[in-house]
Design a protein around this ligand. Structure first.
Ligand SMILES: C[S@@+](CC[C@H](N)C(=O)[O-])C[C@H]1O[C@@H](n2cnc3c(N)ncnc32)[C@H](O)[C@@H]1O
Length: 219
């Protein structure tokens, strides 16, 4: 049966309806972000469940995220890590960081999710020297695509054995797609994808969900 735009749209809605059910505090976070007029760039509920599932599968305690927005995916990561989990999340836009910090306070998890403000390019090396190589159980990258190769280089060293590196939008965004390599963000993503799959420290695949997700498990 051929895929049509209608089938694609229906399947996306169906996935969110059936598999995207959120715990009450995560649902409240999305409602508050919508009410506050934050950009609608957050992952969807079924992807949140996927992140939580991977985080839980590591039996680890630390996740690192690039791209906080309103804190939706960070809350899912924490949910997956369980009661001893901690999340470090990087955000360049103060209005987003302010909103996310207020949400983490409201939901009683501010002591377990740390928002690091600034451009990831500047903040990542500082975090890398704080946590050290092989210390992060799950890295989730969901920010500016032009920097994806650089983010891959820095964060791949940080992933613990058995841990995951998950990268969103590996086939495109709301405005770009992987067939247009003249776009600098797409070209950078393509470079990273090809580099990642050759990296023999990881088992890696690219999933065709939403705008594509790279999932790599450190050997
Ligand atoms: C797609 S949104 C993140 C959504 C979030 N991960 C979620 O699913 O709930 C991308 C976020 O990355 C931030 N961002 C973009 N470029 C950045 C950079 N160079 N350094 C840090 N944050 C950046 C944006 O301000 C935005 O809040």
């Amino acid at each position: 049966m051929p895929m049509t735009p209608e089938r694609w749209t229906h399947a996306s809605s169906y996935a969110q309806e059936v598999f995207g059910v959120e715990p009450p505090h995560i649902r409240a976070n999305k409602a508050a972000a919508d009410a506050a007029g934050l950009p609608t760039w957050a992952i969807t509920g079924e992807i949140g469940r996927f992140l939580a599932l991977l985080a839980g599968a590591t039996n680890g305690e630390l996740a690192l995220e690039i791209g906080t927005l309103g804190g939706y995916s960070a809350l899912w990561l924490l949910e997956g890590l369980g009661p001893h989990g901690r999340v470090i999340t990087i955000e360049a836009v103060d209005a987003h960081a302010d909103f996310a910090e207020a949400e983490f306070n409201r939901h009683g998890v501010a002591d377990r999710i740390s928002v690091r403000r600034g451009l990831a390019r500047d903040v990542l090396p500082v975090i890398a020297s704080e946590v050290g190589p092989g210390s992060v159980d799950l890295v989730f990258i969901d920010a500016d695509k032009e920097s994806y190769p650089e983010y891959y280089d820095v964060t791949s060293d940080l992933v613990a054995s058995g841990g995951f590196l998950v990268i969103d939008n590996i086939f495109g965004t709301g405005t770009t797609w992987i067939n247009d390599l003249s776009d600098p963000g797409v070209a950078a993503t393509d470079r990273m994808n090809r580099k990642a799959v050759e990296d023999d420290r990881f088992d890696t695949t690219g999933l065709f969900v939403r705008a594509g997700m790279l999932v790599a498990r450190r050997r």
